[in-house]
Design a binder for this molecule. Structure first.
Ligand code: FE2
Length: 261
């Protein structure tokens, strides 16, 4: 089975650009690319920072794009989002205990989507109630291969400015996940970079944003700067005991050259 991982579209209200780029157009082109080239996909997940400032107008723009998708789109909250405004626009979106969290089963595998947004902070966390809910969900699906999605990475990734704003309760999360051997992969956004590794025996993957990217060089010296790396999404293929992630830069996907033998 296949799913597609997008993140951090940072949609603006009205036609405002962000860092000189058009977030609405860039997300629209990602969905267009998926509709055209990657039809055989179970779902698309956008791992948070759906909007830049959490405005209802920006969520309405997101809704227009989601409606164009031929594939189900799953939405997560990021630190730039506003849960109340999100549910005002996405009225029928499943809300569990006031959070945008959910578990779905596809092809007998479990996909758990967490809500790590906390108020007035760029960092992330979950309340005691959310940890309780998560543990119950993990118990329910312990006989299934399980994939976890969240906006904030729970580990340090070697970028000091981002490590300061990761998921706060990482030790608690690690202890919980250690009880389960069926956790196959962890996916997140927030970093606006491709980052992979293994945390407490769990492989993880973070993808670029669909609008702007984080400059690694400057971020290591504690400045948050964006750069001109292109937006991309991750195409995740799971077959038998093999999980493959291809990073696709979709803006220039039609510019290619035939290699003649
Ligand atoms: Fe972001």
């Amino acid at each position: 089975m296949r799913f597609i991982h997008l993140s951090d579209p940072h949609l603006q209200k009205d036609d405002f650009h962000l860092f000189g780029l058009d977030p609405y157009l860039r997300l629209k082109l990602a969905i267009k690319s998926i509709n055209k080239n990657f039809k055989d996909t179970e779902f698309i997940v956008i791992t948070g920072d759906l909007t830049e400032s959490g405005d209802t107008k920006a969520y309405r723009k997101l809704k227009r794009i989601v409606k164009k998708s031929k594939i189900e789109v799953i939405l997560l909250m990021g630190n730039h989002d506003n849960r109340n405004n999100f549910v005002k626009v996405f009225k029928n979106y499943p809300v569990i205990e006031n959070y945008i969290q959910n578990t779905k089963i596809y092809n007998e595998k479990a996909f758990i989507f967490l809500d790590t947004k906390i108020e007035n902070s760029p960092s992330g966390d979950m309340s005691d109630e959310q940890f309780l809910w998560f543990e119950k969900e993990l118990l329910k699906v312990q006989d299934k291969d399980t994939y976890i999605f969240m906006h904030h990475p729970p580990m340090n990734v070697g970028i000091p400015i981002m490590d300061k704003m990761k998921f706060n309760s990482s030790k608690r999360l690690k202890l919980l996940l250690k009880k389960y051997t069926n956790i196959k992969y962890l996916f997140f956004g927030h970093l606006h970079r491709v980052v992979t590794g293994i945390w407490s025996c769990i492989p993880y993957f973070g993808i670029r944003g669909t609008n702007h990217q984080l400059s690694l060089k400057h971020s290591i010296t504690h400045q948050y700067t964006t750069n001109e790396e292109k937006p991309a999404f991750g195409i995740v293929d799971i077959k038998d005991d093999n999980i493959v992630i291809n990073v696709h830069e979709y803006l220039d996907e039609d510019k290619c050259y035939l290699i003649e033998e």
